[in-house]
Design a protein around this ligand. Structure first.
Ligand SMILES: Nc1ncnc2c1ncn2[C@@H]1O[C@H](COP(=O)(O)OP(=O)(O)OP(=O)(O)O)[C@@H](O)[C@H]1O
Length: 329
């Protein structure tokens, strides 16, 4: 399947009185790894389910390539979805689980198995073809689910929290594998996640949602270095959101330093409220009067030269060039 650009135009989902997705516009070029990020209930899954066709749109359009797929049945869209629960058939072998959707499409047996084996190689499942799902580890079951979604040659792969059931070690490993697969296949992946780190590591395009709307869509560098709103800055973490000279600004925590700065810096006094050792860095939380609470993340060797005491008053500073103006709330 060619796939092509995915475009959401004023896409809306209402459940009774609740507007879960509020007229969002988004363009995702072909071959993009796109992560949807946001707090619980912001509408990420509803958006994904509308693209998959598992949920009807209450308004707006979904365009894939040259086709308007808004009202097509899921099997006709050229999309495939990998579920968090994997949803494997317990009584079918790995090979039959993966070949199943081709059987539904009426493909002859030899063709289904050849295609299923090709996809199994892609996700490194070759030696498990005769196993039943119960005889596989969680990570292997997940690869079966992934292969099953890919066997129909989708133009877009949709993944709803695909890594959340895995332990941290496996999560990192599968994350790398997903990225490799996406690059190899050249199709877009739309991946819903709660994890900022996961989105930063995987995405070409990060879409941050809040209350059914897109708060910001951009590269990981865009959303981290240039958060559009206080919400994005706080949600991505690593930022101080402050009111300076009467306007909302953000200053990255790793740009704040202890001590007095030069002329190009803004220096203020803070009282040390907390110190947390983090290995390569030390996090110091200061109460800075009207500016509010300021967090500084300092390289360990800098901190070791002038350690702080709780309750102590200390000057802190940062370069004015590191202040980034936010849109007013
Ligand atoms: N089938 C449904 N019926 C009624 N309300 C629903 C339904 N599904 C979702 N909602 C509501 O729509 C809003 C968005 O839900 P959605 O599942 O899209 O959010 P989400 O960002 O994916 O959340 P989470 O991260 O918790 O999965 C929520 O307020 C939710 O309660």
């Amino acid at each position: 399947m060619a796939g092509g650009q995915l475009e959401l135009v004023k896409l809306t989902k209402r459940y009774g009185p609740t507007t879960a997705v509020d007229a969002i516009d988004l363009r995702i070029p072909q071959g993009t790894y796109c992560c949807f990020l946001g707090p619980s209930g912001c509408g990420k899954s509803s958006t994904l389910r509308m693209v998959a066709g598992h949920e009807t749109a209450s308004g707006g359009d979904i365009l894939l390539g040259n086709a308007n797929i808004t009202n097509l049945v899921p099997a006709r869209r050229g999309t495939a979805m990998m579920f968090q629960s994997y949803a494997l058939f317990p009584h079918l072998t790995v090979l039959d689980n993966i070949a199943f959707s081709l059987k539904m499409k009426g493909a002859p047996k030899a063709e289904r198995y050849a295609k299923a084996r090709q996809v199994m190689e892609l996700v490194d499942l070759g030696k498990f073809e005769t196993r039943m799902p119960a005889q596989l580890s969680g990570g292997q079951q997940q690869r079966v689910a992934l292969a099953r979604a890919l066997v129909t040659d989708p133009g877009i792969l949709l993944l709803d929290e695909p890594l959340s059931a895995l332990d941290p070690f496996l999560r990192l490993k599968v994350r790398t594998e997903l990225k490799r697969l996406q690059r190899e296949l050249g199709i877009s992946f739309l991946h819903v996640t709660h994890g900022q780190d996961e989105a930063m590591a995987l995405a070409d395009l990060v879409v941050i949602m809040k209350d059914g709307r897109i708060e910001q869509a951009g590269t990981p560098q865009d959303v981290f270095h240039r958060p559009a709103t206080a919400f994005v800055a706080r949600f991505m973490g690593g930022h101080n959101v402050l009111t300076l000279d009467g306007r909302p600004v953000t200053v990255r925590a790793d740009r704040v330093r202890l001590g007095t700065g030069g002329e190009a810096a803004r220096t203020m006094s803070g009282e040390v409220r907390g110190v947390e050792y983090g290995g390569a860095t030390v996090t110091v939380v200061m109460a800075a009067g009207e500016a509010g609470e300021i967090t500084a993340v300092i390289p360990e060797e800098d901190y070791a030269r002038a350690p702080t005491e709780l309750g102590e008053s200390r000057p802190i500073h940062w370069a004015r060039a590191d202040e980034y103006a936010l849109a007013a709330a």
